[in-house]
Design a protein around this ligand. Structure first.
Ligand SMILES: Cc1cc2nc3c(=O)[nH]c(=O)nc-3n(C[C@H](O)[C@H](O)[C@H](O)COP(=O)(O)OP(=O)(O)OC[C@H]3O[C@@H](n4cnc5c(N)ncnc54)[C@H](O)[C@@H]3O)c2cc1C
Length: 389
């Protein structure tokens, strides 16, 4: 059977749902979202949910900054409670990356981001529970925090439905039909959605899905583990979110008495349909020990739970947000590695601009074009991507 849709979004993670909402709220009348299984079934449902602005490139910092404005006022801007909690965010940078820290903070301040390098004394006053080392420096973002990734995807989908979009679960897209270099339909096993616009937001499945329609992008799915520790509130009642570039961990508080901790130094390629989503106990021990070197009050915590999820990464660790030049009506939004959640509101905005106006005005996304890997004009990242989610 053929159904007509003004646009089809493929993938129901935080990107697909944000794009769907932004399309329908910008006037696209009956967009359809196709999700393989359930909303948030991919990286989104396993995301740590950290929201911070500390990036070394303008495009990522600007997308994060624009998105923060939505997260801070999600109920008014979009509708729904996504659990945004402002905790503040601290960056611990050892002596060998001080230039990088200064470069990043200056770049972020030029964009208008509320961040600064703070003195040792101020860092101690803001976050006295952390150990400080000789020679290191500290950046502080007072407005950063975290929110609920699955809740955000659900809120976008709910609001999009209210505005006239259709969200279909258990509906994997099997292909995008292309005739005379333009999109004519997206198909599932049982349906054909006639459309002139298809947006591919399939997270870790993107490499396979795109290669099925003749597009070869250098995308890798890699496995990352996260742990939750239950604090003794007498030892450690609270701590802000942050990243420790000396001991290679990132962390944030969760709910009343949990601490979420992860890091990025044990990447392995993984098959999104068959990866081990369980935590490894030897890695837990390693990460917990490193966290306790910065946050001594965590030593007496209890292990609560852990799990693994998948990043989708490009060689320069920046996403691809682009129109496919050779195929009219085909758009790609993928490759967000460990930082897509915090960018999702702005990504939905820029993708809707690209689809509807053919150009983007909110943030300059030229550095995220898909052909940068062939032309060699990739983004230069710095130390922070090695560890920060
Ligand atoms: C452990 C972990 C921690 C993270 N921590 C943070 C963090 O603290 N802060 C942050 O900003 N980011 C974080 N991230 C990154 C962030 O979660 C991702 O970048 C973001 O969720 C990507 O969203 P997405 O919509 O692109 O992909 P996904 O959430 O993977 O969504 C893709 C969807 O497409 C569906 N799909 C696939 N193929 C098809 C098909 N053929 N048809 C229909 N549907 C299909 C899948 O089922 C899936 O639901 C983390 C990620 C992980 C794994």
């Amino acid at each position: 059977m053929t159904v007509t849709a003004d646009a089809v979004v493929i993938g129901g993670g935080v990107m697909g749902t944000s794009i769907l909402y932004n399309l329908v709220s910008s006037g696209v009348r009956n967009p359809v979202l196709l999700e393989r299984t359930t909303l948030g079934a991919g990286s989104t449902g396993r995301s740590s949910g950290a929201i911070r602005m500390h990036y070394s490139t303008e495009v990522n910092a600007a997308l994060a900054w624009e998105s923060l404005k939505t997260y801070e006022n999600f109920d008014e801007v979009v509708g729904g409670d996504v659990g945004f909690l402002r905790t503040g965010y601290i960056v611990f940078a050892p002596g060998d990356v001080l230039d990088g820290l200064r470069h990043n903070v200056e770049l972020q301040q030029r964009i208008g981001i509320d961040t600064q390098i703070v003195s040792r004394e101020d860092a101690h006053e803001l976050a006295p529970m952390f150990t400080q080392y000789d020679g290191e420096a500290f950046a502080w973002e007072p407005r950063s925090g975290h929110a609920d990734p699955s809740g955000t995807g659900n809120a976008y989908a709910t609001r999009a439905r209210e505005l006239g979009a259709t969200v279909l679960l258990e509906a994997p897209a099997t292909s995008v039909e292309i005739e005379n270099d333009r999109v004519v339909a997206v198909t599932t096993e049982g349906e054909r959605y006639a459309t002139d616009t298809a947006v591919v937001a399939t997270g870790p499945w993107s490499q396979t899905f795109l290669s099925g329609i003749g597009i070869d992008l250098p995308l890798e799915a890699t496995r990352h583990e996260v742990f939750l520790l239950k604090r003794d509130l007498a030892d450690l009642p609270f701590h802000p979110g942050g990243v420790d570039l000396a001991n290679m961990t990132y962390f944030r508080p969760e709910a009343a008495d949990l601490t979420l901790v992860g890091n990025g130094n044990r990447e392995e390629n993984a098959d999104p349909n068959a990866y081990n989503s369980r935590p490894s106990m030897d890695y837990l021990e390693d990460v917990w020990l490193r966290l306790s070197k910065r946050l001594p009050g965590i030593t007496g915590a209890d292990f609560f739970t852990g799990y693994a999820g998948l990043y989708t990464s490009t060689p320069d660790l920046h996403p691809v947000i682009d129109r496919v030049g050779s195929i009219d009506g085909l758009y790609i939004c993928t490759g967000f590695s460990g930082h897509g959640f915090k960018l999702a509101p702005a990504v939905g905005t820029v993708m809707a601009e690209l689809v509807l106006e053919g150009a983007v005005s909110t943030v300059d996304i030229a550095p995220l074009r898909m052909n940068r890997f062939e032309s060699g004009e990739t983004n230069t990242t710095s130390y922070e991507f090695k560890v920060i989610a």
